[in-house]
Design a protein around this ligand. Structure first.
Ligand code: NAP
Ligand code: HSE
Length: 436
């Protein structure tokens, strides 16, 4: 007899896992109408079986299917699909490889794992004719991975820019709009379930870097390694930088930037001054957005909640629906296209952007001329300058935005500026996007 119900082994019953249970339970009829099969949560793996869980009060059957024994899912012949929302690299990677060896399809929200070991996991899936989908790993509820793989399959993507970490966008928005304190807002983001267990990976940009590695691998169709993404987080962003940025028409955003020019690629994550004329400058709170430029289509934007229980669960359960449809059609594991383009990393001399610089200098005749001459010698010219007295000891605060400059030239200028007597301190330096 043909299968009537697909049985899911759910790994993790935290923020996302709880959302997955809710959606599967509450959307049964819709899920059946779309797949023609029932979807049942058969077993749930957790770390601590005795932990009280609100979801067990709503659904009485949940308590009876919770286990702390991984093989109750992985080696259980009744389980068809593993939905992994427990996070981490170990033991999660081994669990997923075992699941695939057992012929079980996999849905995961785990960007850490997919950014580091995605290649190995996808190869194992192909060997075993299984699906692995990971839509929730990037930008929570926004279906951006499916858009890149399917929606842009006829186009060539040359640029992607993303606000892909909800925690840092929440922090920067509160700092910008309410003058809130960094540490206080980080605590709020943790309480709301946006931040990672160790929020260092959010604030230091690593979470966004993992997502940009996944986006650029799929978007540019070339295998991008996490250690090829240049990363800087937001812990050094000050209220002063945000205020001066605003004065000149910019909002500070933690931006993932991926560019592919003439087959050469650069990917970075860094706090960036985004000009108010660019749609990404108005993405606030925990919302995420990904800007994608395709040679044929031009500019596109994807916007939505990047974290949280139900938004993330929608992406997970949508992957589950696709998995079940593929099982029904007998095409599991056949839809994946491995990155097929040769990767060439762009040298710093070809990485162009505008730069925002804030420095403290001696307030005397000729200082600005000396700085601009030093920049001109390295092919850098200025677009905007703001100068005002700083403190009471004959110093000036100078804020400059350059025209497009090569990263190699900017790095040299920064070294030379540090050696100049008239420069007392370089307060900050940001990449600038938008406003061309
Ligand atoms: P979470 O709230 O910390 O929940 C983790 C769950 O996994 C808990 O139920 C925990 O068990 C269980 N678990 C952890 N380690 C385990 C182990 N070794 N063995 C068995 N069970 C284990 O995490 P989350 O926020 O739901 O995130 C889950 C995944 O989704 C992560 O990969 C995360 O990066 C990704 N993600 C999260 C969001 C979000 O908004 N939160 C958005 C997109 C992607 P106990 O309950 O017993 O502690
Ligand atoms: N900590 C992540 C964020 C969760 O803040 O975006 C979603 O991946």
């Amino acid at each position: 007899m043909e299968k009537q119900v697909v049985r899911v082994g759910l790994m993790g019953l935290g923020t996302v896992g709880t959302g997955v249970v809710r959606l599967v339970k509450e959307h049964q009829e819709d899920l059946f109408n779309q797949t023609g099969l029932g979807i049942e949560i058969h077993k749930i793996l957790v770390q601590n079986k005795t932990k009280p869980r609100g979801i067990s009060d709503t659904y009485e059957d949940i308590a009876g299917i919770i286990t702390d024994e991984p093989d109750d899912l992985l080696k259980n012949p009744e389980v068809d699909v593993i939905v992994e929302v427990m996070g981490g690299i170990n033991p999660t990677k081994e669990y997923l490889l075992t699941a695939l060896e057992q012929g079980k399809n996999v849905v995961t929200a785990n960007k850490d794992l997919m950014a580091l070991h995605g290649g190995e996991i996808l190869r194992k899936a192909t060997e075993n004719s299984c699906d692995v989908f990971y839509e929730a790993s990037v930008a929570g509820g926004i279906p951006i991975l499916r858009a890149l793989v399917e929606g842009f399959s006829s186009d060539r993507i040359t640029k992607m820019m993303g606000i892909v970490n909800g925690t840092t966008n929440y922090i920067l928005t509160k700092m910008s709009q309410e003058g809130a304190d960094y540490a206080d807002v980080l605590k709020e983001a943790q309480a709301l379930g946006y931040a990672e267990t160790d929020p260092t990976s959010d604030v230091e940009g690593l979470d966004a870097a993992r997502k940009m590695a996944i986006l650029s691998t799929l978007g540019f169709r070339m295998p991008m390694n996490l250690d090829e993404v240049n990363v800087k987080g937001i812990s050094s962003v000050s209220k002063e930088d945000i205020a001066y940025g605003k004065k000149l028409g910019y909002e500070v955003k933690l931006l993932g930037i991926a560019r592919c020019d003439d087959g050469e690629v650069e990917v970075s994550v860094q706090p960036t001054m985004v000009h108010k004329s660019h749609a990404l400058s108005s993405i606030n709170g925990v919302f995420n957005a990904v800007y994608v430029y395709g040679e044929a289509v031009g500019e596109t934007m994807f916007y939505g909640p990047g974290a949280g229980e139900l938004p993330t669960a929608t992406a997970v359960v949508s992957d589950l629906v696709t998995t079940v449809k593929n099982m029904k059609l007998g095409v599991s594991g056949r839809g994946m296209v491995a990155p097929y383009k040769e990767k060439r990393l762009k040298p710093d001399s070809k990485k162009y952007s505008k730069i925002f610089l804030r420095l403290i200098a001696a307030d005397k005749r000729g200082v600005l001329a000396q700085i601009t001459q030093l920049m001109a010698d390295k092919n850098i010219s200025l677009d905007q300058v703001l100068q005002q007295p700083f403190g009471t000891s004959g110093q000036a605060e100078i804020i400059m935005v350059t025209h497009l400059a090569a990263k190699s030239d900017v790095d040299e200028v920064m070294m030379l500026l540090r050696d100049l007597d008239i420069i007392h301190e370089i307060k900050s330096c940001y990449r600038v996007e938008g406003g061309e």
